[in-house]
Design a protein around this ligand. Structure first.
Ligand code: FA5
Length: 338
């Protein structure tokens, strides 16, 4: 009588089923199917006693051997799956680390700091003032009352009225209100600069931004003349840019100075206006409680972005606040000196 149990067939079926079991649940199902109490191999083993006597030893021994082998195969497959789960990609600990990107100083900050240092070297103090300013300081006390046409020189961003009937507030359009605030607190001789942000309700173009940085300068003492104003600003420009740069003064009008001027610098074959300036108006000196026949002075307000454009050869002011990292990285080589 031929063997009724095909042990080889069973083995290959069991092994291929085991190879497709990919997780713990599938392995347990396989174990129950083949080696469990009602599993297929267990059933064969249990059936050995019903076989003809002469077949029992061979089938019994073969089935027992197969049981041992399938148990080992199960253990091996289990180990394989555990290893696959825990072995992530191998890490080469000898590779150099990846440097996280670091922030760095903005080009306008670099320029502002260089300008501050230059003025400190010329004997100026540095103070700051509020970005949100009272109408009175931004305009009225600078001789620009409500309805005065000079208010149109500064397109203003007002803070919404809060119905409290209190004084009107705005985002300062220039740093000049700090002239008044400083004069309230200090006695001459005064030699101070005030760096800070200003805001204007302006359409932007290559030389205009709606938010800009200014550095205000105020100098009050006895016997100061326009020559001191020119000398100070020319010394500043020479120190910032070296001797080669071409400058020009032209008359300009600001209600809080008399006379007033602007300073332009040669830029791309044209002139770029970098600051407004003038002799502090005698009424402002008198309002500060000083005798204008004894005390005179000068003031100026510079655009820091404009100076940065000249310093770094930037053709469009709008690059500064676009936050394009490729543009900002261009300044890495200047950072060491700030
Ligand atoms: C003023 O703001 C006066 N307060 C300056 C002043 C101070 C005059 C003291 C007299 C005495 P002006 O609006 O021209 O003036 O601005 C001064 C400088 O700020 C300009 O020369 C320019 O360099 C810069 N600036 C003005 N508007 C912008 C803008 N929209 N974007 C970039 N820079 C600007």
């Amino acid at each position: 009588m031929a063997l009724e149990v095909d042990l080889d067939g069973l083995e290959s079926e069991a092994r291929s089923a085991l190879a497709t079991a990919n997780d713990a649940d599938a392995l347990e199902d396989w174990r129950v199917d083949w080696l469990g109490r009602r599993g297929r191999l267990t059933t064969v083993l249990r059936g050995v006693r019903d076989l003809p006597v002469e077949q029992r030893p061979a089938i019994g021994a073969g089935a027992n051997r197969l049981k041992g082998e399938l148990e080992s195969a199960l253990a091996a497959r289990q180990a394989e799956l555990v290893a696959a789960e825990t072995d992530g990609p191998t890490i080469d600990v000898t590779l150099p680390g990846r440097r996280p990107p670091l922030g760095s100083l903005h080009p306008v900050t670099l320029t502002r700091r260089t300008m501050e240092r230059t003025f400190r070297d010329l004997g100026f103090d540095v103070v700051e003032g509020p970005d949100i300013e009272l109408e009175e300081y931004n305009f009225d006390r600078l001789r620009i009352p409500a309805g005065h046409p000079a208010r149109d020189m500064w397109d203003t961003i007002w803070i919404a009225d809060d119905d409290s009937g209190g004084p009107r507030q705005l985002l300062r359009t220039h740093t000049s209100p700090m002239q008044i605030r400083y004069l309230e607190r200090r006695e001459p001789p005064i030699r101070v600069i005030v760096p800070g942000a200003c805001y204007r309700y302006e359409a932007t173009d290559a030389t205009h931004e709606w938010m800009l940085t200014q550095i205000e300068g105020l100098v009050i003492d006895q016997d100061l003349s326009f020559a001191h104003l020119k000398g100070t600003l020319e010394a500043f420009v020479r120190r910032m840019f070296g001797g080669e740069i071409e400058t020009r003064f032209r008359c300009d009008y600001f209600p809080f100075v008399e006379p007033g001027a602007e300073l332009g610098v040669r830029w791309q074959g044209d002139w770029l206006e970098v600051l407004g300036c003038g002799m502090v108006h005698p009424e402002i000196i008198e309002d500060a409680g000083l005798d204008s026949s004894r005390y005179t002075g000068f003031a100026f307000g510079m655009g820091v972005e404009r100076v940065a454009m000249l310093q770094y050869g930037v053709r469009d002011i709008r690059h500064f606040y676009r936050n394009d990292v490729r543009f900002l990285r261009e300044f890495d080589r200047f950072r060491g000196s700030a």
